[in-house]
Design a protein around this ligand. Structure first.
Ligand code: COA
Ligand code: AMP
Length: 634
């Protein structure tokens, strides 16, 4: 079988194709209905099947003889600890914790927020929710209390699970204090807060509804509850174009089917292999490839609480590959750029034996050709870029390794993955010619695993993804296809940027900047950054009559964004300008500003109301030496 044949089957005979894949899972009740539409006309997979994700990840693995195999390798340079947790141990902890949650009154369909560092207890909490049909919503530990509060109000969790602290380059991020701040801001109040205490005496659990994580282990043991395939496994909030994040909902049966398929056909791994997704459980990569896919496929997953560099050195990745005999590594290009920056001659890698590694997969942002060539040369292994999003839950473009021998090429995210009918469309919805850039869209229905809706917001779901091109899912990314069929994803075409592989909304930053009393209006754009891919820069117009030094305003705005979104926004620059470039109808020309900063050839839009403003933007960037076009190169 070759990729092309398999792919065509997945498009021409969708139901047959995905039924065959779903049959490989252990269902409590096998689905009779494969693809259907709900009352709102939204597609759903395996609607009448009953399944449980925690069962697939734990009980089934043990039934197949993997009880003593390591399920999780927890490697924490941050905490100076390495721990192997077997499938047996993990099941024991998950069942007990699940029972503890039931004891707190958490029922099937209730939501639970998990705001935790990269520790095994986070995975236990996720699997325990799945076990009893509770819907978890993991909030990335790098988000500030305001972001947590917004998610609490939207998800309305019965319980929040957190831990004493996370560790970031030696500094402690005290989660309990952050949760307390978030709860002061949120209108909704959960019934309980559960804290995993990382150090004796670190947290003062004073309140009646503040509970020690380990106390929940004392309430018996819970069996997995069969849930409908369409039952939400989780909500994962991601940045949209406004200040309000989108609550991406994930179903259970379709997701399990897609993840299992991806492990076999896409990553081409075997049960028992060591799979390391060097991401964070707060992102979709963490959900899919730190937790659910490796476990439901009987692999060993690496849970790494550290960074690619500085913990302890630029050899951290290679040390882990050697020590844990990692077979597959999955990370973001920004991590590779960080290693390359510290160790351009790749001297560290030669100190370690990385022969166990079969392939490196990259995603999360576009992999620039220089990084692709460098890491390929250094590793001497296949390097495969693949494109996906929180919305899709798994890869939409890439190279289906089991059946496709074509080589990955620099800058390309590969070919459509089974089930994804990818089209590149112009503004009118026509396919663009080969080599021309357009909006990347996917013909409906989406295959299993992709978002069935947004949490309690079907109107936004329809408007965000299906309004522009009826019958297609609008990805928000732009790109093109070459004559050989390789796809190139060039970046977002909306107000979403990607900073160090973290998806952020410039719209949200604009709301914060515009909230400053001195600011009349502003534009926040993502400009190219050698290490992080992109970083935000604000252009600010002051209110008439207001005088404030640029440096003071910048300090205040930086602090505001840091306090509201978090340090991960890496918002460091706010430039004062007299006016913003706009079209005659008043639309800010953000794309032109980016092109100027990135040193790209740009044409002055015919609709611009005053072309001279572009020179002011250039001057502002030049004075501060910001943007690749103006930075001083040493
Ligand atoms: N909790 C709290 N703070 C966090 C955090 C977390 N989980 N993650 C990052 N931060 C903070 C950092 O401490 C830093 O704070 P500072 O400004 O006070 O120094 C700030 O956010 C920026 O962090 P980051 O963007 O991570 O920069 P860095 O210099 O610390 O590390 C990289 C740069 C490239 C090594 C790092 O961003 C990285 O590993 N990125 C890969 C991301 C990834 O895996 N994405 C998932 C998609 S696959
Ligand atoms: P997230 O939802 O956080 O996973 O971010 C998804 C966004 O990251 C996509 O919309 C793209 O803009 C970007 N992205 C992810 N993977 C790739 C890739 N391989 N190539 C280019 N962009 C990517």
């Amino acid at each position: 079988m070759h990729y092309e044949e398999l792919y065509q089957q997945s498009i021409a005979n969708k139901e047959e194709f995905w039924k065959e894949q779903a049959d490989k899972l252990s269902w409590f009740e096998k689905p009779e209905t494969i693809l259907s539409q709900n009352n709102s006309g939204l597609h759903q997979w395996f609607a009448d099947g009953r399944i449980n994700m925690s069962y697939l990840c734990l009980d089934q693995q043990i039934e197949e003889g993997r009880g003593n195999q390591t399920a999780i390798i927890y490697d924490s340079p941050a905490f100076n600890c390495i721990k192997h947790i077997s499938y047996n141990e993990l099941l024991d902890n998950v069942s007990k914790f699940a029972s503890g949650l039931l004891n707190l009154g958490v029922k099937q369909g209730d939501t639970v927020i998990i705001y935790m560092p990269m520790i095994p207890q986070s995975v236990i909490a996720m699997l325990a929710c799945a076990r009893i049909g509770a819907i978890h919503s993991v909030v990335f530990g790098g988000f500030a209390p305001h972001e947590l509060a917004v998610r609490i109000d939207d998800a309305q969790p019965k319980v929040i699970i957190s831990a004493s602290y996370g560790v970031e380059f030696g500094k402690k991020i005290p989660y309990k204090i952050l949760v307390d701040q978030a709860l002061k801001e949120s209108k909704y109040q959960p019934n309980y807060q559960v804290y995993y205490r990382r150090e004796e005496g670190f947290d003062d659990l004073g309140g009646a509804n503040e509970i020690d994580f380990e106390a929940l282990y004392q309430c018996g043991s819970a069996k997995s509850i069969p849930v409908l395939s369409t039952h939400p496994l989780y909500i994962l909030y991601t940045s949209g174009t406004t200040g309000r994040p989108k609550g991406i909902v994930r179903d259970t049966g379709g997701y399990a089917t897609a993840l299992r398929f991806s492990m076999e056909y896409f990553y081409d791994v075997q049960p028992g292999n060591v799979f390391w997704a060097a991401s964070d459980i707060g992102w979709v990569v963490g959900h899919s490839y730190i937790v659910y896919a490796p476990l439901l496929y009987g692999c060993t997953t690496v849970l790494y609480e550290g960074k690619p560099v500085r913990t302890p050195d630029a050899g951290a990745f290679w040390r882990i590959i050697q020590q844990h005999q990692v077979n597959v590594l999955f990370t973001a290009p920004t991590a590779i750029r960080a290693i390359k920056k510290e160790d351009p001659g790749a001297s560290f890698i030669h100190q370690f034996d990385t022969r166990s590694l079969q392939k490196l997969f990259l995603a999360g942002e576009r992999c620039d050709p220089a990084t692709f060539h460098w890491i390929k040369e250094v590793l001497q292994k296949p390097v495969i870029d693949h494109w996906w999003q929180t919305e899709s839950g798994w890869a939409m473009l890439g190279i289906l390794n089991k059946y496709d021998q074509r080589e990955a090429i620099a800058g390309s995210a590969g070919f459509p993955v089974c089930g994804f009918e990818i089209k590149i469309l112009d503004e009118e919805g026509h396919e663009v010619p080969i080599g021309s850039e357009g909006n990347i869209a996917v013909k409906l229905p989406l295959p299993p695993g992709c978002l069935p809706s947004l949490w309690k917001n079907e109107i936004r779901f329809q408007k965000s993804y299906f309004e522009k091109y009826p019958g297609y899912y609008l990805s928000g990314d732009g790109g093109y296809r070459n004559a050989e069929g390789y796809h190139f994803v060039m970046g977002r075409v909306d107000d979403v940027i990607n900073v160090s592989g973290h998806r952020l909304s410039t719209g949200e930053m604009e709301e914060i900047v515009a909230g400053h009393p001195a600011v009349a209006e502003c534009a926040v754009v993502g400009i190219a950054d050698e290490l992080r891919g992109q970083r935000p820069v604000a252009f600010v117009v002051l209110k008439d009559g207001v005088e404030i030094r640029e440096v003071q305003l910048e300090e205040e705005l930086v602090a505001n964004v840091r306090n509201k979104i978090g340090a991960i926004a890496v918002f460091k620059n706010a430039l004062q300008v007299k006016r913003l470039p706009k079209t005659r109808s008043g639309k800010i020309l953000r794309k032109t500003i980016c092109e100027i900063a990135d040193g790209k050839a740009y044409s002055i839009p015919s609709t611009i109301d005053d072309p001279n403003i572009l020179d002011e933007i250039k001057d502002a960037l030049r004075i501060r030496q910001l943007g690749t076009a103006f930075e001083l190169k040493s």
